[in-house]
Design a binder for this molecule. Structure first.
Ligand code: PMP
Length: 358
């Protein structure tokens, strides 16, 4: 019976690998530096808003279908028209919406590699053809990417994660603009980490490119990973189409209340991001002084190449000391670890643990 049921699942779904999220241990006092959460709490207004929204009468009712209050708050926060804003249950939902909107089986989706591994999960679920283009760290990323992508098949969708995970480099705005200009694919600038960068947001050029979508999340800069709010900025016409594919009532009433409060306190997130950026600079300098060679990063994490190209050994030693970082089991990435920037105290502990590494 079970076999018959499973046989009904699409072959491409059965063939795909599930997305591997970072570990999310509950309890214990691990120093958690593995999934790029913000080490500082969100705006105090968030807890207040959630409390106010938790009354028994409001919980009885469905939330706003298209999260209009969150849309309005996001539009105001970034000075964009509300018609050009779509709210997702995390930016992960918006990535899924975009993939389903643009890709039929066999059509091409392109991205720089390595990058956020969920893109592949989404592409495989859609039966898309994937073109991965190697990141050239100091080079003209998107130019090279586009040339190669066009040579390998006409992409319908291109993901540009800026700053990119896990290495922390950022495709420049000029390059991104050129990329949008020279393709009719939808170009998605995934800016989950842009608030930790000195680079300008792709929102600056959104009005010049109808095929550009800019994704933001409240999970990192706004310290609200638990709340699951993603934001897509695009042309109003495109938002009308994408809106058809999101889940109905995709944002809960409590999450919407939290999001509105956070978006109305932009100073709090700026302060938290500035602190993380200062800690990033400090920890990278300290590690370099201790003869490690961390890569410069534009995000709230950095890449640390490991001795003997053995990232797993460093991951394990740190885990034994109660410090959780991210090790990726893939040929391109297994030689290092990705470390989320935490507080200065957490970074001091990290440096101390790495100092003991022999
Ligand atoms: N894009 C990138 C590059 C990410 O690293 C993440 C977080 N894993 C996301 C999007 C998804 O963020 P959210 O929590 O909004 O779903």
């Amino acid at each position: 019976m079970a076999e018959r049921v499973i046989a009904g699942v699409l072959p491409r779904v059965r063939a795909m690998k599930a997305y591997t999220p970072g570990e999310q241990p509950y309890g214990g006092d691990l120093v958690k530096l593995n999934t790029n959460e913000n080490p500082y709490p969100p705006s105090p207004a968030v807890a207040e808003a959630v409390r106010a929204a938790s009354n028994r009468d409001s919980l009885r009712l469905y939330p706003q279908p298209a999260s209009d209050d969150v849309r309005a708050a996001a539009a105001a926060a970034w000075q964009r028209p509300i018609e050009g804003v779509l709210i997702g249950n995390g930016s992960d939902e918006l990535l899924s919406v975009l993939t389903r909107a643009c890709l039929e089986p066999g059509q091409t989706v392109a991205w720089l590699s390595p990058t956020y591994s969920l893109y592949r999960t989404m592409a495989e679920a859609a039966g898309a053809h994937v073109v991965e283009l190697p990141v050239q760290r100091e080079a003209d990323h998107s130019r090279a990417m586009l040339d190669q992508a066009l040579a390998k098949g006409d992409p319908r969708l291109i993901f540009v994660c800026r700053p990119n995970s896990p290495w922390g480099e950022t495709v420049g705005l000029d390059e991104l603009g050129r990329l949008c200009h020279s393709t009719d694919a939808l170009v998605v600038a995934d800016e989950a980490y842009i608030d930790f960068s000195h680079a300008d947001s792709a929102l600056e050029i959104l009005d010049q490119h109808e095929n550009l979508v800019v994704l933001r999340t409240l999970s990192k800069a706004f310290s609200l990973a638990a709340v699951r709010i993603g934001i897509a900025f695009a042309s109003p016409d495109l938002v009308v189409e994408l809106d058809k594919l999101r889940d109905s009532y995709n944002v809960s009433r409590l999450n919407a209340a939290a999001a509105v409060a956070a978006l109305q306190d932009m100073d709090c997130q700026r302060l938290n991001c500035d602190r993380v950026m200062a800690s990033r600079q400090r920890v990278i300098e300290r590690l370099r002084a201790a003869c490690w060679e961390p890569w410069a990063s534009d995000a709230n994490f950095f890449w640390l190449p490991c001795p003997d190209n053995d990232g797993r050994a460093v991951y394990s030693r740190l885990a034994d000391a109660g410090v959780l970082v991210r090790w990726f089991d893939s040929p391109l990435l297994s030689g290092g670890v990705r470390i989320t920037v935490g507080t200065d105290e957490q970074m001091d502990l990290l440096v101390q643990c790495l100092g003991n590494f022999t």
